[in-house]
Design a protein around this ligand. Structure first.
Ligand code: NDP
Length: 283
C-alpha cells in the first residue's frame, strides 16, 4: 500500500457565514476528475481569528486558500506578497503558496475576463461598467491590464465611483470617467461592452438596472456578474436586442479554474467544474 494514497494536499476556503459554499463541489470535482490527491475544505473563520487561521494554514502545509467577505482586505497583512492585480485592487480572494511564501492574488476579475474573452477580444474596446464595489473594481483593473481603451464607470455613490476612476487613470493609464447614476442611463454610441458589476438582479429575476434599453445595440456584448439567477433580466433584454450575453456563472467557474491553475499547475476541465457548480446551485 503506497503512503501517497493517504496523503492529500490541502486548499482551504476561509469565509464567514458561508456554510453552503457551492464552490467546494466545483473545486473538488476538478481534483477528482484529474485524479489529484487534493482536498478543498470550507472553514468558518471570524475576523478576530483570521491571523491565527492563516498561521494555522501555514503550519499545516496548506497549498493555498480562497477567502471571501469579510476577509478580502484584512488578509493582506498576514501574507508575504501580492500579485499585480491584487496589489492594484487592494483585495485578495485567492492565496497561493509559492515556495515558503503565501502570495495573495485576485481571481474574481481574472475569471470575469476569461469569460468575456471567450466572446470578444478586449484590446482597444470601450466599456461601460455599472458599479464600483469589490466585483466592479476587480473587473475594471483586469480590463485595464488587458488593454481596453476606455472605461466609463456608472455608479450611484460618487465617492466609490471617483475612487475607482482615479485608480484606473493614475495606476493603469486607462481613459476613464465617472457618471453618477441618476435616472435611466443611455449607453453611448460606440460602446463595445456593457457590464453589470452591481448586485442588482441578485436573487431577483425581475430586477432591472435603470438603463435606456433602446441604447443597447446589436453586436454589443452585455455581461452580468450576478450568477443567481443565471439568466438575469438584463441578459434577457440584451439578447432580445441582438447583443451577445455573458452570464455571471462563467465568471464564478473561471475564478475557480484560475485558482486550481495557481494551486496545482494543471489546466482543469472547465466543463466538469461548471457542471458541478450548476448541480450545487441547483440551476
Ligand atoms: P459591493 O457591495 O462591494 O458593491 C455593490 C455595488 O452595487 C456598488 O457599486 C453599489 O453602488 C451597487 N448597488 C447595489 N445596489 C444598488 C442599487 N439598488 N442601485 C444602484 N447601485 C446599487 O458588492 P460586490 O461588488 O462584492 O458584489 C456585487 C455583485 O457581484 C453581487 O451580486 C455578487 O454576488 C456578484 N459577484 C459575482 C461573482 C461571480 O463570480 N460571478 C464574484 C463576486 C461578486 P454604491 O457604491 O452606490 O453603493
Amino acid at each position: 500500500m503506497s503512503e501517497g494514497k493517504f496523503r492529500h494536499e490541502l486548499v482551504g476556503s476561509m469565509s464567514q457565514g458561508a456554510a453552503g459554499n457551492p464552490t467546494v463541489a466545483m473545486i473538488e470535482a476538478a481534483f477528482a476528475h484529474h485524479k489529484l490527491h487534493w482536498r478543498y475544505v470550507n472553514m468558518e473563520v471570524t475576523p478576530e481569528d483570521l491571523g491565527a487561521a492563516v498561521r494555522g494554514a501555514r503550519a499545516m502545509g496548506f497549498r493555498g486558500f480562497n477567502c471571501s467577505l469579510p476577509h478580502k482586505v484584512t488578509v493582506i497583512q498576514h501574507l508575504d506578497g501580492l500579485g499585480e492585480s491584487a496589489a492594484l485592487m487592494g483585495a485578495v480572494n485567492c492565496v497561493v503558496r509559492r515556495g515558503e511564501k503565501f502570495i495573495g492574488e485576485n481571481t474574481d476579475g481574472k475569471g470575469f475576463l476569461k469569460s468575456l474573452q471567450e466572446v470578444i477580444d478586449t484590446k482597444g474596446k470601450s466599456v461601460v461598467l455599472f458599479g464600483a464595489g469589490g466585483a466592479a473594481r476587480a473587473i475594471a483593473v483586469e480590463l485595464g491590464l488587458a488593454g481596453v481603451k476606455r472605461i466609463t464607470i456608472v455608479n450611484r455613490s460618487a465617492a466609490r465611483g471617483t475612487e475607482l476612476v482615479t485608480l484606473l487613470r493614475e495606476k493603469l493609464r486607462v481613459e476613464s470617467e465617472l457618471i453618477v447614476w441618476q435616472g435611466n442611463y443611455a449607453v453611448p454610441a460606440g460602446t463595445d461592452i456593457v457590464i453589470n458589476g452591481t448586485s442588482i438582479g441578485l436573487y431577483d429575476a425581475n430586477a432591472r438596472l435603470a438603463l435606456d434599453l433602446n441604447t443597447l445595440k446589436p453586436g454589443m456584448v452585455v455581461a452580468d456578474v450576478v450568477f443567481s439567477p443565471v439568466r438575469t433580466a438584463l441578459l434577457d433584454d440584451a439578447a432580445k436586442r441582438g447583443c451577445r450575453a455573458v452570464d455571471g456563472l462563467g465568471m464564478l467557474v473561471n475564478q475557480g479554474v484560475v485558482g486550481v491553475q495557481y494551486w496545482t499547475g494543471i489546466d482543469p476541465d472547465t466543463s466538469v467544474m461548471r457542471k458541478a457548480l450548476e448541480a450545487a446551485l441547483g440551476v
